[in-house]
Design a protein around this ligand. Structure first.
Ligand code: ATP
Ligand code: MG
Length: 177
């Protein structure tokens, strides 16, 4: 097929999808590769990576789309508002992917946004199909659609074997956020 860039999917119920993508970002900045991570779900970004990503600038850039809506849109807001964020994230993703400014683009929680019907699976397929040949694209979030899995090159399903949450242990700074 001669395509250089990979389409990578991290899905499944277990922990480690977003952090796996961040791990690649950390590794790739070592080669001065340019990476952009776009967050599809409001509140899915965490203070830890928001801060540390700044240290990896200018190679690594993080776009928390929902941040512009803090105080305007919250979890109680109607679905249309969350749709607005996810649709804006699609627009930004297309723009960044087509810009030629990046080697790797990470679409964080995009699979989950499809699962919530905030965007359509076709939005995702179109992004994948129109990406520059050399660009590596990483899609995270549980419930990745079969159509996406079908055209991806690398798919890892995080399987939950144990999670501290089950013992009532709360999310931990630096580990979970
Ligand atoms: P991470 O960002 O830690 O890699 P993730 O991207 O795989 O996690 P998400 O669905 O995005 O998982 O969930 C984000 C947050 O929810 C993380 O703080 C994570 O620890 C927590 N989490 C993930 N899986 C579970 C689970 N099975 N039960 C409870 N909390 C979970
Ligand atoms: Mg995640």
């Amino acid at each position: 097929m001669g395509k250089d860039g990979l389409v990578i999917v991290y899905t499944g119920k277990g922990k480690g999808k977003t952090t796996a993508a961040l791990g690649i970002a950390l590794r790739a900045t070592g080669y001065e590769k340019r990476i952009c991570m776009i967050q599809f779900i409001k509140g899915s970004w965490h203070y830890g990576e928001m801060e540390s990503s700044k240290r990896l600038e200018p190679e690594f850039e993080m776009v928390a789309v929902g941040k512009g809506f803090v105080g305007i849109i919250d979890d109680e807001s109607p679905k249309e508002d969350h749709e607005k964020i996810a649709k804006e994230a699609i627009r930004i993703s297309n723009e960044r992917i087509q810009s030629g400014n990046y080697d790797i683009v990470i679409l964080d929680e995009i699979n989950y946004a499809v699962n919530l019907n905030l965007i359509s699976v076709n939005d995702v397929i179109n992004i994948i199909k129109s990406k520059p040949k050399e660009l590596d694209l990483i899609l995270t979030g549980n419930y990745a659609k079969d159509e996406v899995i079908e055209i991806a090159d690398l798919v890892t399903e995080m399987r939950e074997v144990k999670h501290p949450f089950q013992q009532g242990i709360k999310a931990k700074k630096g580990i979970d956020f």
